[in-house]
Structures are given as structure tokens and as C-alpha cells.
Design a protein around this ligand. Structure first.
Ligand code: GFB
Length: 319
């Protein structure tokens, strides 16, 4: 039975990957909490790989957050992500782990990339300033994988998800992404019977959203593709694959759907002192579709599922 290390299993994506792998069965899954293994510590990561006979790695550990967190803690976003990736990718190689899947983000693409964004848009323009440090770290992660593949013949793949949401999300009022922030704020406003609720920015930016269970399924799908099929659909210097739905909506439309799902009936006030971020970042998912994977959740059903999870877990979620 192969041994699979899921780095970041307490996070939203890592937890979903563990659920997916457990459901499929037939693998031995290894996880470590932050207290057990500090992924930013090179020596600890080296020793962990040397002491465990790992066959495959899902690299879902990362410092993540929404537009405000990225803009407020740029040092942590670049430092922690670079360290985690460099330590894990190098230790995997040094201990002869042949397969690894690195998880990035759609913010690796230029702020004004042509829409929808194909994998070829990488490094063709200037990044969005609110999350440039995070994006640079994620681009470095892709290039780490490509470099070990080129020089040492490793099979380290990368997937770049669009904005994700779902169970185990971070519902912090300021530092979270837009969906968890709005689900919580609208729910609390509905409970109190507030007449209005505040959403950030102009409402005009467009975003694409993918349920995390779909992301986990796509990650396992890409990891399990045979090498010849993967290689045929990627290129030596562009070996990452976009993961998304290929459909987007305005933040205003998202807000209206969140109001419907949470039962909030009052007015929405836009706080235009908050940043909008990238105007649009729609993924071109044709490479992923050609590789035989498509999402299952539409946005409203996905939001209902995430909201149910929130209601069941609101007493013990993070933030
Ligand atoms: O999800 P979000 O923080 O991330 O914000 P980004 C998306 C959009 O929602 C922005 C608006 O236009 C926000 O102004 N928005 C409206 C809100 N109300 C709220 C709110 O209450 N909270 C939040 N957070 N936003 C992140 C990157 O960018 O996307 C990360 O900073 C990462 O690096 C992630 O790539 C996927 O899509 O703008």
C-alpha cells in the first residue's frame, strides 16, 4: 500500500483531500499537525521525510487569507509559503519521493491577464499588488517543481485553483476570503434582524468559485493521471494545470446569492474604502477538461452546503 503525506490536513483543502483519499481507500495517509512538525523548519522537514517512507505528497500546506490579510501581512505570506514549499519539495527529492502535487492559486496570473486565463499567461505581466508576495511564493512553488522535474526527472505536478470555499474554511471577519466572510456576516445580521449589512469594495469585480470537495477530487484526479497523459497535456516550462469551473459572477451577484442562502432580507451597503483587488480572474479550464475532470457543485448549491457546515460548526471554527 502506498504511503501518502498530506501536508496541511487541518486546512480547508488538505482536510478535503484527506476525506477524498479516505473514501477511495487503499492508501496509507500520513498527517502532522503544526505542533508536531513545523513545515517552515528545514531540519524538521528533512528529518520527517528521512524517517517516513513516503511515496506521494499532496502539498496543501500554506499561509492563506483574503484580500485584507494578504495586504496586511505580506511578510508572513511570502516567507512562510516560500519556506514550506522549498523545504517540502527539496526533502521529497532528497528522500527519493517520485510524486508530488503542489497546490497554488489563480493569483499567480497577471492582474490584467486576458480572460479567461490560460496556463500560458504565467509571467506575462505585472501582478495584482494586494497579493503580490503570496503570488510570487506560489510562482516559486511551480518553478521548484518544474526545476526538479527538468534536472532530476521527478514527477512533481502543480494545480492552480480558483477561489475556493467550503467546510473548514476560515470564517474570520476581516482576514478570511469573501465567501466565508459574507456567510458569517449575513447570517449574524439576519439573526439580529439588522436593516443593513456591509460588503467590501464596489461589488463590480468578477470571481470564479469552486467548492473545496471539487478541488480535492480534481487534485486526486491530476495526481493519479498516468505520466504520459499528464505530460502530453502540459509543457516543460508550463507544467501547471488550472482548476476551476470556468464560470464567474460579480461580487454583487455573489452577495445576492449569499443573502438568499442565509435568509438576510435587508439592504446591502458597499464600503468602497476597501480594496476591490483584481477586476477579473476567470480560469480557462480546457486543459483540465481535456484530462477528464469537471466540477460538480454549482455556486448556489455549494454555498448552501458551506452554510450548513458553518451552522453546524460555528461554535468551534477557527477565527
Ligand atoms: O475573497 P477575497 O478576499 O479575495 O475578495 P481575492 C474577493 C472580492 O470580494 C474583492 C470583495 O473584490 C473584495 O473586495 N469582498 C466583498 C470581500 N465583501 C468582502 C468581505 O467581507 N471580505 C472579503 N475578504 N472580500 C485573494 C488573494 O484575492 O484570493 C489571495 O488575496 C488568494 O492571495 C485568494 O489568491 C484566492 O480574490 O480578491
Amino acid at each position: 500500500m502506498k504511503t501518502v503525506f498530506v501536508a496541511g490536513h487541518r486546512g480547508m483543502v488538505g482536510a478535503a483531500i484527506v476525506r477524498n483519499l479516505e473514501k477511495r481507500g487503499g492508501v496509507h495517509i500520513i498527517t502532522r499537525t503544526r505542533a508536531e512538525l513545523d513545515l517552515t523548519c528545514q531540519q524538521a522537514v528533512s528529518e520527517f521525510f528521512a524517517n517516513n517512507n513516503i511515496d506521494e505528497v499532496y502539498l496543501a500546506a500554506a499561509k492563506v487569507g483574503g484580500i485584507h490579510a494578504n495586504n496586511t501581512y505580506p511578510a508572513e505570506f511570502i516567507y512562510e509559503n516560500l519556506m514550506i514549499e522549498a523545504n517540502i519539495v527539496h526533502a521529497a527529492h532528497a528522500n527519493d519521493v517520485q510524486k508530488l502535487l503542489f497546490l497554488g492559486s489563480s493569483c499567480i496570473y497577471p492582474k490584467l491577464a486576458e480572460q479567461p486565463m490560460t496556463e500560458k499567461a504565467l509571467l506575462t505581466g505585472t501582478l495584482e499588488e494586494t497579493n503580490e508576495p503570496y503570488a510570487i511564493a506560489k510562482i516559486a512553488g511551480i518553478k521548484l517543481c518544474e526545476s526538479y522535474n527538468r534536472q532530476y526527472g521527478r514527477d512533481y505536478r502543480s494545480v492552480m485553483p480558483t477561489n475556493l470555499y467550503g467546510p473548514n474554511d476560515n470564517f474570520h471577519p476581516e482576514n478570511s476570503h469573501v465567501i466565508p466572510a459574507l456567510l458569517r456576516r449575513f447570517h449574524e445580521a439576519a439573526q439580529r434582524g439588522d436593516a443593513e449589512v456591509v460588503a467590501w469594495g464596489s461589488g463590480k469585480p468578477m470571481r470564479e468559485f469552486l467548492h473545496v470537495d471539487d478541488m480535492a477530487a480534481a487534485s486526486v484526479h491530476v495526481m493519479e493521471l498516468d505520466k504520459a497523459t499528464y505530460d502530453e497535456n502540459t509543457e516543460a516550462m508550463l507544467s501547471h494545470i488550472n482548476v476551476g469551473t470556468g464560470e464567474d459572477c460579480t461580487i454583487k451577484e455573489l452577495v445576492e446569492t449569499v443573502a438568499k442562502v442565509t435568509g438576510f432580507k435587508g439592504n446591502i451597503v458597499w464600503d468602497t474604502t476597501k480594496p476591490d483587488g483584481t477586476p477579473r480572474k476567470l480560469m480557462d479550464v480546457s486543459r483540465l477538461h481535456a484530462l477528464g475532470w469537471k466540477h460538480t457543485y454549482n455556486l448556489e448549491d455549494g454555498l448552501k452546503h458551506a452554510f450548513d457546515w458553518f451552522l453546524e460548526n460555528q461554535d468551534n471554527f477557527r477565527g
